[in-house]
Design a protein around this ligand. Structure first.
Ligand code: AN0
Ligand code: CP
Length: 317
């Protein structure tokens, strides 16, 4: 695998999950693969899980890791070409990228959607500059439109917990005070559309996801109806994608929060969320604390999805 940007880079998804589950059983089996190799993690946004799990995955493979928080201690970076740099930005990404790349063998990038321009975000402008100008293999640690390390960990978690061959998996929108990117639901849909599951998306009208991720997934606007018979409830907030409301909050309807009353409509479903989560906005305390909540296992599997991806990237160096 050269780059890891979406589900497509994993090839056969069942094989990828099998490989991940094998790695989980013996995560130090490939300790020599990363010897004298350096992984650089570049963060344009905050992170707890991605930062720690990816470093841990790299350590399991014997790699060295360098982490850069672009907004804390580095020079302020200009990202658009052609700009007269007379403002507060001291360095251009076009120099910074090849310089950063000269110190490493593999680069991970976190660069969220900025919601200033749909075109800028959905062209993955920052991530693509890393791919183009670093000359190194690049993996996404949540870019503007996708979070494929998260969705891979989510799929591993579903495989570990499913009780039927083809479980019903429901992605539900839930309220949140701030506008959040579509990257997590986009990638979750991207993976679920390729996995052997009965996949349903539920959200208020106006929150339709980008077609290239949602594809032919069933969309049910009645959340209660969507929850009927579900085996997994995957909650997430996202801001509107469709024009003219791109990046806007259209609803803060608290009746969309996942609570125990709603979970009673399901087939004793497991509850999932990528974290960080706002309690009693997205999900009630009792649901996230219940034995059916998989949020900690899901986060722990981030180490496994990252290690599977880094292992494959190291094998292609
Ligand atoms: C981010 C998001 O919704 O994309 C990261 C989730 C992994 N969440 C927040 O910014 C709160
Ligand atoms: N789920 C996830 O990516 O968490 P962080 O934003 O904390 O990395």
């Amino acid at each position: 695998m050269k780059n890891y940007l979406s589900v497509n880079d994993l090839g056969n998804l069942q094989n990828a999950v099998k490989e991940a589950i094998e790695i989980k059983k013996n995560r130090f089996a490939y300790k020599h693969l990363g010897e004298n190799k350096t992984c650089l993690l570049v963060f344009f946004n905050n992170s707890l899980r991605t930062r720690l799990s990816t470093q841990k995955a790299a350590m399991n493979l014997g790699m060295n890791t360098i982490v850069l928080d672009v907004n804390q201690g580095a020079w302020k970076l200009e990202t658009e070409r052609g700009v007269v740099m007379d403002g507060d930005k001291s360095e251009h990404l076009l120099e910074a990228i090849p310089v950063m790349a000269s110190y490493c063998d593999i680069v991970g990038v976190r660069a969220f959607a900025q919601f200033e321009s749909k075109e800028y975000d959905y062209n993955e402008t920052i991530l693509n500059q890393f791919i183009r100008y670093s000359g190194k293999p690049v993996f996404s640690m949540e870019a503007a439109t996708a979070h494929p390390l998260q969705a891979f960990a989510d799929l591993i978690t579903i495989e570990e917990n499913k009780k039927t061959a083809r479980p019903k998996v429901v992605l539900t929108w839930a309220p949140h005070p701030k506008a959040l990117p579509q990257a997590v639901p986009n990638s979750f849909a991207d993976f679920m559309n390729e996995a052997d599951v009965d996949f349903v998306i539920t959200h208020p009208e106006g929150y339709e996801l980008c077609e290239s991720f949602a594809r032919n997934a069933k969309v049910e606007y009645n959340q209660n109806k969507a929850f009927e018979g579900a085996d997994f409830i995957y909650a997430k907030n996202w801001a509107a994608y469709a024009d003219p409301n791109y990046g806007k909050i259209l609803s803060k309807d608290m009746s969309w929060m996942v609570d125990s009353e709603k979970m009673r409509l399901t087939n004793n479903a497991f509850f999932m969320h990528c974290l960080p989560v706002r309690r009693n906005m997205i999900v009630s305390d009792d649901v996230i604390e219940s034995p059916q909540s998989l949020v900690i296992q899901e986060a722990a599997n981030r180490e496994i999805s990252a290690q599977t991806v880094l292992k494959r990237m190291l094998e292609s160096l």
